[in-house]
Design a protein around this ligand. Structure first.
Ligand code: 5RP
Length: 223
């Protein structure tokens, strides 16, 4: 199976995690797009969605799924999202689609994080994928120096030759050369650096379940 077919497989499998009548937390990315397409087949049986990005909102609404503001709903039963890396404890790197801040907000509001991913995303240790960090632009140069002091190389993510601007009006650093052996403490520490909006390590909001697309079918990992 191709990577795209594996994404379709887990996107459809994630419907099993959605209870009729509920509001669903929806992440961002190409794997989540498959989930959104699948969710449209049961749109009359859910109460709507809370979205983690403008891109997902547009797709949900185009398929006739109502999108609610985070502030209008209480706890969500489930949040379904992809990952750039997930380890064997359910810790993840996210933010390849630049939506990490809103993803972390919706994840924090949800009882269960269901990660959907193809098997290429499962890793022994986090850090091979460049770590996305959403930052306030004014802090860019100092934050690049702070990552350099950890032995890592941070660079501003560009789009069409200019710094990419997130849904929140901020910029993204992609940080290479990190070995994240203690994701919880790493997330706690970097989150406190002035100018960091969100670090793309999801350890405090880790996955409870991962539906992993493999050549043999969907593997369910629980953490
Ligand atoms: C977006 C994300 C995505 O979940 C992550 O980048 C995975 O994307 P894809 O499903 O396209 O591989 O964190 O900010």
């Amino acid at each position: 199976m191709t990577q795209d077919e594996l994404k379709t497989l887990v996107g459809q499998a994630a419907l099993s995690q959605v209870s009729p009548g509920t509001i669903v937390g929806v992440g961002t990315g190409s794997t989540v797009n498959k989930f959104i397409d699948a969710l449209a087949t049961m749109k009359d049986r859910i109460a709507g969605a809370v979205s983690s990005s403008q891109a997902s909102t547009v797709r949900l609404q185009a398929l006739g799924i109502p999108v609610l503001d985070c502030n209008e709903v209480d706890e969500l039963a489930v949040y379904v999202d992809g990952a750039d890396e997930i380890d064997h404890k359910g810790f993840m790197i996210k933010g390849g689609g630049a939506a990490l801040t809103r993803e972390k907000i919706v994840a924090a509001q949800s009882r269960r994080f269901v990660c959907i991913a193809d098997e290429s995303k499962l890793v022994q240790a986090l850090g091979a994928f460049p770590l996305p960090v959403e930052i306030i632009p004014m802090a860019r140069a100092r934050l690049i120096r702070q990552f350099a002091a950890l032995g890592a190389q941070a660079s501003v993510r560009l789009k069409d030759g200019q710094p990419l601007v997130t849904d929140n009006g901020q910029h993204i650093l992609d940080v290479r050369g990190l070995q994240i052996t203690d994701p919880v403490n790493f997330e706690l520490e970097v989150s406190q650096w002035p100018g960091v909006v969100t670090v793309g390590v999801f350890a405090l909001q880790k996955a409870q379940v991962c539906l992993l697309g493999t050549a043999q079918g969907v593997r369910t990992l629980t953490f």
